[in-house]
Design a protein around this ligand. Structure first.
Ligand code: BG6
Ligand code: MG
Length: 243
């Protein structure tokens, strides 16, 4: 159970991924990729959409192209056009695009003295947090721009250093299978949500974070016994911004 986790390790900090965990933006990335490749006459393989979660811009395009080769110039053009489309789409973001349960969960964590950070591969993550009204929830934010300046470190490592905790005392919440593997390699605890809920690598898996703050929903989706669920996680927490 999560409350056991907080006392057993002990966990001193939580690091939340942004796209697909805090903000409902995974679909915005996919739609922008689709438009950008299709305008160059390239098919977007629908089956790849979920595996783009958490991947860098460059790696995402490599995954979309698969075996297909294109010129370096066309590659750069597609990445540029994808970003233009993604950034333009962000103007539609509002507080309603905050993922359900996230604000309440962060409130509970903070009430329990846990530090909370946000990490993202995206260069637009800070803007996304602003647009959904979630910036103030986090003590620290590390995004794609920060990681460019310390390329030898993974974003998770930069975040734990900023939060002044060790990786073993930190829990990552991720919707990307690839990033769960990274977190585990770094000795962190990992909670997989959304598509990553099928991960065998994660320590805990949940369909949504809302399941954590609503006991009745948590029971079927937490990979643990129902009677382990503590009432502590049902306590009311004042709303901090978005949903
Ligand atoms: C991640 C997204 O958060 O950021 C990926 O899950 C995206 O889909 C990556 O490719 C990089 O984002 P950006 O906005 O810098 O291209
Ligand atoms: Mg994500």
């Amino acid at each position: 159970m999560l409350s056991d986790l907080l006392t057993s390790r002990p966990i001193r900090a939580f690091i939340f991924d942004v796209d697909g965990v805090v903000a409902d933006t995974a679909g915005f990335h996919v739609a922008a990729w689709k438009g950008a490749v299709q305008e160059q006459g390239i098919d977007f393989p629908e089956s790849i959409a979920e595996s783009l979660r958490g991947e860098s811009r460059r790696r995402s395009l490599e995954l979309i192209l698969g075996e297909r080769t294109i010129s370096q110039e066309q590659f750069e053009t597609i990445m540029h056009r994808k970003n233009e489309a993604y950034v333009a789409a962000l103007s539609r973001l509002t507080n309603d695009d905050c993922m359900p349960g996230v604000v309440r969960l962060i409130g509970l964590l903070r009430k329990n003295g846990i530090k909370v950070g946000a990490v993202s591969a995206s260069q637009s993550a800070r803007r996304v947090l602003q647009l959904i009204g979630a910036s103030k929830l986090f003590e620290t934010v590390v995004d794609g721009r920060d990681a460019q300046f310390i390329p030898e470190k993974h974003r998770f490592e930069i975040a734990v250093a900023k939060l002044e905790v060790s990786p073993a005392n930190c829990c990552v919440v991720e919707d990307s299978l690839a990033n769960i593997v990274v977190a585990k390699k770094l000795g962190m605890c990992a909670i997989g949500v959304g598509p990553a809920a099928s991960s065998n690598e994660a320590d805990y898996v949940l369909e949504t974070l809302e399941a954590l703050v609503r006991r009745e929903n948590a029971l079927p989706s937490i990979r643990l016994k129902a009677d382990d669920v503590s009432n502590e996680w049902n306590s009311d927490c004042p709303p901090l911004g978005c949903r």
